[in-house]
Ligand binder design. Structure first.
Ligand code: NAG
Ligand code: NAG
Ligand code: NAG
Ligand code: NAG
Ligand code: NAG
Ligand code: NAG
Ligand code: NAG
Ligand code: NAG
Ligand code: NAG
Length: 432
C-alpha cells in the first residue's frame, strides 16, 4: 500500500499542485509573543546568578512536549554556565581550559537549553515553576502556567551592571524556524514578593521577545477544511494539494526527510477539519466540527483549534471541547474562538485511522445577519495548532436549494485526469 500511496501523492504534487505561502502577520493574535526574561539575582566571584523565565503570551500557539522548547543564545564574551537548575544545556562543549572539579555545566559558546521532565529529578531539587517537559501552554489556555523557569550560575562574566554583557542571538530552536527573537533589551528590574508586603528587586533585568510567523516557518499548510450541510448534499472537499509537501516528489527523500506518514489524499494534509452545518432551530443553529488525523506517525496531543465566524458573538455552547472567545483587539468584535481538548476525554488526538478523530457540536444563537445563503454558515478562517488551514474553493460552497446552478467538474473528468496523472508519473519514474 505504501509505495502506491507515495506514487499517487507524488503524482498529485507534480501535476496538480502549485505552492502556497502563508501570511506574515496574524490578525487574530497581533501581540502574541514568547518573552524570555533574564533576571540577575546576585553577583558571584566571577559572574552572577540568573533566573530565566519564559512566558508564552500567545493566545493559541502552545508548545507541546516533551521535549518541547529549546532555547539558545550566543555569549558576548567567554561566559560559561557553572551550574544549572530546572533545565539543562544539551552539550557541555569544550571545557578543556578548566581544571576545576566539577567542571562547568556548559562551556558552549552557543548553549542550547532544554527543559527537564518533572520525574527526572527529585522534587526537593526542583525550583518553582520548572521541569515541565518543555511544555508551554498559551496564555489563553492556561494563564497560570504559561511560563517556565530555570536558574544558572554564570561565570567569566561581568560582576557589575557596568561590566556584564547581554547575550546575543537568542533563538527558539524548538518548536522551530517560525520563531524569531529580537535582541535582549534592558528593562526596569523585576520585583519579587512572597507575601505581597515586602518586595525584593533583581540587580538587572533584560527581556527578549520572540514572535511566530507561519510565513517565516516556510511551512506548507498542515491542515485543510471540508464542509457539508443538512440542506444541500454537495460536499466541498479539502482543496486539492492544500498541504502538498515538495520533498514527496522524490519518494526516496520522502522516506528520510519527511517523517510523517500520511494517508494518501488529494489534499495531502495530516489534519482535516470537517465543518458540518447540522441543524436549524427557531432561535439557534448547530454545527458539528470534526478533527481528523490522517498522519500515522503523530497523535497530536495538546491540540488547539481556532475558528473565525461572525456568529461567535452569539456563541452559546461547545459540547466536548474547551472553549474561550478570542478578542484580538480587546474591543468587542468577538468573531473568533479557541478550542482545545478536554483533559482525559480527548486530549490525545488520536491515532490515525478510523478512531483518529475528535468531535464537538457547537450551538449558535442566530444573530440578525444569520442566513443559510452565500456560505454565511461557514467559517472564515480555521487554524489548527496555530497554523492556518486551507479552506475549500469558494465556488464549491453549497448553496441553498433553488439558487442558480453552477458548472462544476464532473466526477468522470476528474477520474480521467487522475489516470492521466498516474500514467505520466510512471513514465517519469521509468526514465529517471
Ligand atoms: C508580548 O505580549 C504581551 C502580552 O500580550 C504584551 O503585553 C507585550 O507588549 C508583548 N511584547 C512585545 C514586545 O510585543
Ligand atoms: C550573532 O549573529 C550575527 C549574525 O549572524 C553574527 O554576526 C554575530 O557574530 C553573532 N553573535 C555572536 C555573539 O555569536
Ligand atoms: C499549574 O502547575 C502546577 C504545577 O505543575 C499544578 O499543580 C497546577 O494545577 C497548574 N495549574 C493549572 C491551572 O493548570
Ligand atoms: C548600575 O546600578 C547603579 C546602582 O543601582 C545605577 O545607578 C546605574 O544606573 C546602573 N548602571 C547601568 C548601566 O545599568
Ligand atoms: C519584560 O517581560 C516581562 C514578562 O513578559 C513583562 O512582565 C515586563 O513588563 C517586560 N518589561 C518590559 C519593559 O517590557
Ligand atoms: C501518542 O500519545 C501517547 C500518549 O501520550 C504516547 O504514549 C505515544 O507514544 C504517542 N504516539 C506517538 C506515535 O507519538
Ligand atoms: C465579547 O467578549 C467579551 C469577553 O468575553 C464580553 O465581555 C463582551 O460582552 C463580548 N461582546 C460581545 C459583543 O459579544
Ligand atoms: C448577538 O450578539 C450581539 C452583540 O453582542 C447582541 O447585540 C445581540 O443582541 C445578540 N443577538 C442575540 C439574538 O442574542
Ligand atoms: C448545492 O450547492 C451546489 C454548489 O453551490 C449547487 O450547485 C447546487 O445546486 C445545490 N443543490 C441544491 C439541491 O440546491
Amino acid at each position: 500500500m505504501k509505495p502506491l500511496c507515495l506514487i499517487c501523492c507524488a503524482t498529485t504534487v507534480i501535476l496538480f499542485c502549485s505552492f502556497q505561502t502563508a501570511e506574515a502577520f496574524d490578525s487574530l493574535d497581533p501581540n502574541g509573543n514568547i518573552t524570555v526574561k533574564w533576571d540577575i539575582m546576585s553577583w558571584t566571584a566571577d559572574g552572577y546568578m540568573a533566573t530565566v523565565t519564559m512566558f508564552n503570551w500567545q493566545q493559541y500557539r502552545h508548545i507541546s512536549g516533551p521535549p518541547g522548547w529549546k532555547l539558545s543564545w550566543s555569549w558576548a564574551k567567554n561566559e560559561v554556565i557553572w551550574t544549572m537548575l530546572g533545565a539543562e544545556a544539551i552539550s557541555q562543549g569544550d571545557c578543556s581550559a578548566f581544571a576545576t572539579d566539577p567542571l562547568p555545566h556548559s562551556c558552549a559558546r552557543t548553549p542550547q537549553i532544554v527543559d527537564l521532565l518533572p520525574t527526572s529529578i527529585p522534587y526537593s531539587e526542583q525550583i518553582a515553576n520548572c521541569c515541565k517537559g518543555g511544555m508551554l501552554p498559551s496564555f489563553l489556555q492556561n494563564p497560570v502556567n504559561n511560563s517556565a523557569v530555570f536558574q544558572m550560575k554564570v561565570g567569566l562574566a561581568g560582576t557589575s551592571n557596568k561590566t556584564v554583557q547581554l547575550p546575543q542571538n537568542f533563538t527558539l530552536k524548538s518548536p522551530g524556524p517560525g520563531y524569531t527573537c529580537g535582541p535582549a533589551v534592558k528593562v526596569p528590574p523585576s520585583l519579587f514578593t512572597t507575601d505581597g508586603m515586602r518586595y525584593t528587586e533583581a540587580f538587572m533585568t533584560w527581556n527578549v521577545t520572540c514572535t511566530y510567523s507561519q510565513y517565516l516557518a516556510q511551512k506548507t499548510p498542515s491542515c485543510c477544511v471540508s464542509f457539508s450541510t443538512f440542506y444541500n448534499s454537495s460536499l466541498p472537499p479539502c482543496a486539492q494539494c492544500a498541504c502538498a509537501y515538495l520533498p514527496l516528489v522524490l519518494p526516496t527523500t520522502a522516506m528520510t526527510d519527511q517523517p510523517d506518514v500520511l494517508y494518501c489524499t488529494t489534499d495531502m494534509c495530516p489534519i482535516k477539519i470537517h465543518w458540518h452545518v447540522k441543524a436549524n432551530y427557531e432561535e439557534y443553529w448547530r454545527a458539528k466540527v470534526t478533527i481528523i488525523n490522517r498522519d500515522f506517525s503523530r497523535n497530536f496531543t495538546d491540540w488547539t483549534l481556532v475558528i473565525q465566524h461572525p456568529n461567535f458573538n452569539n456563541f452559546t455552547e461547545a459540547f466536548s471541547f474547551n472553549y474561550k472567545p478570542l478578542n484580538p483587539f480587546g474591543v468587542y468584535n468577538n468573531d473568533s474562538a479557541v478550542f482545545w481538548g478536554l483533559q482525559y476525554y480527548n486530549e490525545y488526538l488520536m491515532h490515525a485511522g478510523e478512531d483518529g478523530n475528535v468531535q464537538s457540536e457547537m450551538l449558535f444563537r442566530k444573530d440578525s445577519s444569520f442566513t443559510f445563503a452565500s456560505g454565511w454558515t461557514f467559517p472564515h478562517r480555521v487554524l489548527f495548532n496555530g497554523d492556518e488551514c486551507v479552506l475549500p474553493d469558494p465556488q464549491d460552497y453549497p448553496s441553498l436549494p433553488n439558487s442558480s446552478p453552477r458548472l462544476t467538474a464532473t466526477a468522470s473528468t476528474l477520474l480521467s485526469m487522475y489516470i492521466a496523472a498516474i500514467v505520466a508519473y510512471l513514465t517519469i519514474v521509468l526514465f529517471l
